[in-house]
Design a protein around this ligand. Structure first.
Ligand SMILES: Nc1ncnc2c1ncn2[C@@H]1O[C@H](COP(=O)(O)OP(=O)(O)OP(=O)(O)O)[C@@H](O)[C@H]1O
Length: 306
């Protein structure tokens, strides 16, 4: 078996207030885009900071690209790009100056690399503006640019779209998709925007109170719940009763949003539509719902049903 990009075994971090990580086992394979999901204080940042070597475990081990020994871990970290918590930027420097500074820190020969990563994150036009005058979204973009400087094989991103506007979020997603699909970069990314994470990640790890409580692939997520048909109508009760009789199904109900909801399985959509039309049911909306990460997470931690 080839070495994982990241592997943790029995990883714990104890602070006086309690365990930030508690016997965590986790493995990220080369090419994975791994979405890290958990409530505030679950331990996501602590794990990422351990990958970065700025927090030491109380117990357990980590391996990066198969390396576990101290010196080799240091070398392995040079293959990783990090954006953890807020990017550390020099407020009196512009974007290129900040990147030039990090090139020296990382030992990266600039040769146009700074300008290239600025283009990638959409900051080419930032010119002489000092980082101290940046919006939160611009700071995040520059932070991502810093993380990309060393052409990383593995990107560790803690809430990278935090503070970005909707268009910025989509842009960053496209950059990350490109890195993953075209250059095979492995990505560990945390976000509280689960709908966004679902669009990007191929695998999800759920962390709760310092423990990895579940891992699933995007395919497993798709198979985790039934596809439902939702019909919006001004007269849901009568229409639902009519459908129950006509389709001879007991699993037709009215959901919290007041829509008629029934499992897609075994329903002939054409027949369903013609029944609704023939019986004069006013249809204001008709859609199919796919399983979603947010609902899966809420069900997992017992936070609520549909
Ligand atoms: N330096 C520290 N000293 C003491 N406790 C800490 C320290 N860093 C983290 N913790 C605690 O460890 C736990 C995990 O925190 P962590 O920041 O890893 O969570 P998180 O999942 O990243 O949360 P968020 O989504 O809010 O960023 C929390 O209870 C936090 O208070």
């Amino acid at each position: 078996m080839t070495a994982a990009v990241f592997e943790a075994e029995g990883l714990s971090k104890k602070y006086p207030s309690g365990y930030a990580l508690d016997q965590l086992n986790m493995r990220i394979e080369a090419g994975d885009v791994y979405g890290f999901v958990g409530e505030n204080g679950a331990g996501k940042t602590t794990l990422m900071r351990m990958i970065g070597g700025v927090v030491q475990p109380t117990a357990g081990t980590i391996a990066l690209f198969g390396e576990q020994a101290k010196e080799r871990l240091i070398a392995a970290r040079r293959r990783i790009g990090f954006l953890i918590e807020r990017p550390s930027l020099y407020p009196h420097m512009n974007a290129l100056e900040n990147l030039g500074f990090y090139c020296r820190i990382f030992g990266v020969r600039d040769k146009g690399r700074s300008a290239e990563v600025l283009r990638m994150v959409g900051l080419s036009e930032s010119g002489p503006k000092k980082a101290g005058e940046y919006s939160l979204g611009m700071r995040q973009r520059l932070g991502i640019a810093v993380a990309l400087l060393n052409r990383p094989d593995f990107l560790v991103l803690d809430e990278p779209v935090n503070g970005l506007d909707p268009a910025g979020i989509v842009e960053i997603r496209h950059i990350l998709e490109q890195l993953a699909h075209e250059r095979g970069v492995t990505i560990l990314i945390s976000s509280h925007i689960l709908s966004e994470l679902q669009l990007l990640a191929g695998k999800y790890g759920f962390i709760h109170q310092g423990r990895l409580i579940k891992e699933i692939s995007a395919t497993e997520l798709q198979q985790s719940a039934q596809v439902m048909i939702c019909i919006t109508t001004s007269a849901p009760a009568a229409a639902a009763n009519m459908l129950k009789q006509e389709l001879q199904r007991e699993d037709i109900r009215i959901n919290k949003a007041g829509e008629i909801e029934l499992p897609r399985d075994g329903v002939d959509l054409e027949h369903l539509m013609s029944l609704l039309v023939q019986r004069g049911v006013p249809i204001d909306g008709f859609n199919l719902t796919a399983p979603n990460l947010e609902q899966y997470y809420m069900d997992l931690i017992g936070g609520g049903g549909r």
